[in-house]
Structures are given as C-alpha cells and as structure tokens.
Design a protein around this ligand. Sequence first.
Ligand SMILES: [Fe+2]
Ligand SMILES: [Fe+2]
Length: 235
Amino acid sequence: MTTEQKVQELYFPQTKKREWDNGVIQYSTVRGDTEVLISHVPPHTIIEPHDHPEAQIGIVLKGELQMTVGQSTQLLTPLESAYIAPPFVPHGASNLTDEEVIAIDIKRLKDGEEYTAPPTYFLDIFKTRDLLPGMEVTFFVEDWMELMIANIPGNGGEMPFHKHRNEQIGICISGGYDMTIEGFTEKMEFGTTYFCDPKEDHGAINPKPEASKSINLFFPPRYNRLKPKASKVKK
Ligand SMILES: [Fe+2]
Ligand SMILES: [Fe+2]
C-alpha cells in the first residue's frame, strides 16, 4: 500500500464484514477509539442483552427495532429516536417484524470522556433547522456528543471546507456525495463512513441530481448544548 492509500484509509477505512450465528450481518469501520457498525437484522431476530466497556450510540435506518437499554424499552423507528448505552449498561434488541432492520451503532471508549445518558437512555429529536440554505439538519444531543442527520441537496449542494476542534464522523445513508478530508476525496454511497479528527480540513459536495442524506457525529457537540440536568446517568 502506498503512503497515499494509507492516509486515504485513515479517513475512509475499509469495511470489515462480520456474520453472527443469529443471522445478523455487520459492516465495521474503525479509526482510533471509535467503531462504526452498520447492522442488518433479519426478521424475527433477537440480539441478546450484553454489555461492554465502550459507550454505544445507535439509530435505526430502516424497519422497526425494539431496543432495551438498562430497564428501558422503546420501539425505534427510522431516524426518529436514538439511544445511548453508557459503559457496562446492558442493552439488547429484537426485530419482531417480518422486515429486515438496518441500524447504525457507534462504539467508543476515549480517555477523558464522560459517557452520560438521559435517565431513559433514549434521545428524542433536539432540533431541526437549516444549517445552510436548503441543507436541513436534525440533531440529537447529549453532553459528550451530538448526532446530526443532514440532507445535502443535489446538483452541487455543498458543505464548504472548514475545520474545528470537534472530532467528526459520518456515514452516508442515502444518495451519494463526494467527501474530502485533508485533500483526500472519497465517493460516499450507502454505508461509506468517514472519520475526521479535530482540526482536519473537510468539506462535501453532492454532484448528483438527487439529494443525499448522512449521519454525522461530533465529539464534543458542535452546534447545540443541553441545559444541565439534575438527574443523569453517568458512567
Ligand atoms: Fe453493544
Ligand atoms: Fe465539520
């Protein structure tokens, strides 16, 4: 592998496929302390409760998933709610339907981060607004992270180049766009994931006629802050 390819692979890591005994198929990408998993859960499939040292954030892209974190259970519908399982909090899920479920999970364990969660472990939409003209974004927010669903309009819709102190990770979930980090460009399509460390220059443009959609995570939050709450689960 050339040095150029190695750098490209740092920002846009190769996907590793895992197949589980219960039929779940996962596509994993990793940079540093963070793993992004795209899971395909067949109909009538149970993911047994488990826990691990990493914090886990998740959101459903397709279908309906009954998710349990700690003592809370909620039906997750596409892009309408998210969950946080802090370190060592048990979590499991069931697809009780006749349709496949596709979900994204992010596992992360980084020195110095405190993995808070709301008492229910589930996050509702915090806010929806236009980040740039025509670029509608929806936010889910917790103290240590912000999840942003962004629509990039077609025919040249763009996120101009910029850099910031926040780490940023993103996954294309429909359509396609060209993502550039530090001069390295990848054609994003469903499931392609980018990892952008603090202060790395990045931007995106959608040259296709149709709009595209992506999920982007910021550590710590970039656009919104929660008001301090008295009751919060900490790990
Ligand atoms: Fe997990
Ligand atoms: Fe950014």
